[in-house]
Design a protein around this ligand. Structure first.
Ligand code: PEP
Length: 253
């Protein structure tokens, strides 16, 4: 069975103390995860070690970085490498969130380099893709998103791509309160899986979790996660509220 994942993206929110409290409150709900379920917290860099200590020994709970640099090491002041993340035992890293693509001009090529460095260091990338509103309105979202996969992922071998996580996040739904309907999410997730199957075969495509992101809340998570090709969610705003994120974790099938 594919992994079902509730991933929190805190973005640039919370002080250290607020972050500690938030994690404590969510973990305090003592939600037992089954073997196929995962709850992941993508926290700001300065909180990674603290957050790692909090989830240590808790089955199914892991920590993710929100970003990594696309160079191995060296004179890149202010950047963080995959090797550094590995050295503090980080298991996941977001790659290509739409905010990074938009505000930091991250190209599909640069994202491919980040993926390679993470994978070489045993860190699972959570690769984000998704179209802006004008593309959705033009009805060309499928080819737009397929190109993002092709340019950033399709250099990977079948064995390696089977280990990553993909998050489909329509930009028009991120932080806007507008959620894709379950039917819209299912349709494009199934399409993405067909693109993966076209390149790598059905077995590989079936192994890759594809999360939905874009205004997932406690009150819509269960319906979205019930779609056969939606394997959980990448959650921004609602992940900052302990009760709401706990509800989202409990909504994992
Ligand atoms: C996100 O940041 O990945 C996201 C989906 O945000 P929100 O849940 O707030 O729309």
């Amino acid at each position: 069975m594919r992994k079902k994942i509730a991933a929190a993206n805190w973005k640039m929110n919370c002080t250290y103390q607020q972050g500690e409290q938030l994690l404590q409150d969510i973990l305090g709900a003592n939600i037992a995860l089954q073997d196929h379920q995962q709850a992941i917290f993508a926290v700001p860099f300065p909180y990674l070690i603290m957050a790692g200590a909090k989830v240590e020994g808790k089955k199914g709970y892991s920590i993710s970085a929100q970003n990594v640099y696309n160079k191995k090491s060296g004179a890149y002041t202010g950047e963080v490498s995959a090797e550094m993340l590995k050295s503090i035992d980080i298991k996941y890293c977001l790659v290509g969130h739409s905010e990074r693509r938009e505000y930091f001009q991250e190209s599909n090529q640069a994202l491919a380099e980040k993926l390679d460095l993470l994978l070489a260091n045993g860190i699972t990338p959570i690769f984000c893709c998704g179209e802006p509103l004008e593309i959705r309105e033009a009805g060309t979202q499928n080819s737009y998103v397929a190109k993002q996969l092709e340019e950033s992922l399709f250099h990977l071998s079948a064995e390696v791509i089977s280990t990553i996580v993909i998050a489909y996040e329509p930009i028009w739904a991120i932080g806007t309160g507008k959620t894709a309907t379950a039917a819209q999410a299912q349709e494009i997730h199934a399409y993405l899986r067909s693109v993966l199957a076209g390149k790598y075969g059905a077995a590989v495509a079936d192994a890759i979790p594809v999360l939905y992101g874009g205004s997932v809340k406690g009150n819509n998570a269960a319906e979205l996660f019930a779609c056969p090709d939606v394997d959980g969610g990448l959650v921004g705003g609602a992940s900052l509220n302990a009760e709401e994120f706990a509800t989202i974790i409990r909504s994992l099938p």
